[in-house]
Design a protein around this ligand. Structure first.
Ligand code: SF4
Length: 292
């Protein structure tokens, strides 16, 4: 949100009706990992099916047809590729859908298309991917960070990958599922650790019940209460301000930006359109968090 807001000032489009669409695609659910908070089942993560470019094209045509009817003054499409592990389908696939969307969403019709990928970064060949993100994603990439929950050796390897990505000129943002290990690490230490790595933006989500953690005791072991989640966020924001007063540059906290930004806009701009996911078989779904 902050990227777009800074580019369009106060006239920023903020709903699909006035020309802003967060298009969350999951062309594959395949991922080699087994995170405790993952909302995908084991079967989904081991499934190598990939949405065809032509199916994705037909979805893009529906968006374009809708905007031809509504005629917004701008047409901004934020394409978030959230997987699974989106890099697992290979660089050619990424280049193919970027090219297809450039055809379907042309600048001549007022389109501005941004491509963002959320990757674990682990096992990702930066020789291949860093140039692609520099070329197609303004050098911006998102990666997940969940403290020690995925094991200390995972975090060590991940930190090395983040430093390497930044050294190659990428801007790295993190998305974290707040869990008991992060609470134990503490909000101040967590934001400082991400600052030290050179992370530019952060996002924070509550821990959801799912297939991986629904066995007795597991969910309760990792999931903070909503009160603990809120306290973590408030303390982190307080610490963020304290760091800024000292002249430091901690990464921005997406939720704080979002709250301030939405308060200035109309009530429809707070609708959660971005939690609609386009699955490999073409279904557009809302995740069912209640039943995992
Ligand atoms: S890396 Fe992402 S998709 Fe893979 S298991 Fe972990 S949370 Fe799920």
């Amino acid at each position: 949100m902050s990227i777009i807001a800074s580019q369009f000032g106060n006239d920023v489009p903020d709903t699909i009706e006035n020309g802003y669409f967060v298009f969350t695609i999951m062309p594959t659910l395949h991922c080699p990992y087994n995170c405790k908070h993952c909302y995908l089942s084991l079967e989904q993560r081991r499934d190598k099916s990939v949405m065809s470019i032509e199916t994705m094209r037909s979805v893009c045509r529906k968006i374009d047809a809708y905007w031809d009817e509504v005629q917004p003054s701008q047409r901004v499409v934020m394409v978030y590729n959230y997987g699974g592990e989106p890099t697992s389908v290979g660089p050619e696939y990424f280049e193919a859908y970027v090219a297809m969307m450039a055809e379907e969403f042309p600048a001549s019709k007022g389109y501005e298309v941004k491509h963002v990928m959320l990757t674990s970064l682990l096992g990702v060949d930066l020789d291949v991917w860093a140039p692609l993100w520099l070329k197609h994603s303004d050098g911006y990439v998102q990666t997940s960070y969940d403290g020690g929950m995925r094991s200390t050796s995972y975090v060590r390897k991940w930190e090395a990958k983040v430093r390497e990505a930044i050294k190659r000129g990428l801007r790295v943002a993190t998305i974290s599922v707040v869990n008991s290990d992060l609470l134990e690490q503490g909000p101040a230490e967590t934001i400082e650790l991400l600052e030290d790595l050179g992370v530019c933006e952060t996002g924070w989500l509550p821990f959801m019940l799912n297939e991986q953690n629904s066995v007795p005791g597991k969910y309760d072991r990792y999931a903070p209460t909503m009160e603990a989640f809120n306290n973590f966020m408030i303390q982190m924001l307080d610490h963020w301000y304290a760091l800024r007063h000292r002249g430091r540059m901690p990464p921005s906290i997406g939720e704080a930006h979002f709250a301030v930004d939405r308060a200035r806009r109309n009530s429809a701009s707070n609708l959660c359109g971005q939690t609609l996911f386009l699955l490999p078989d073409g279904e557009f779904v809302l995740p069912n968090y209640k039943d995992g």
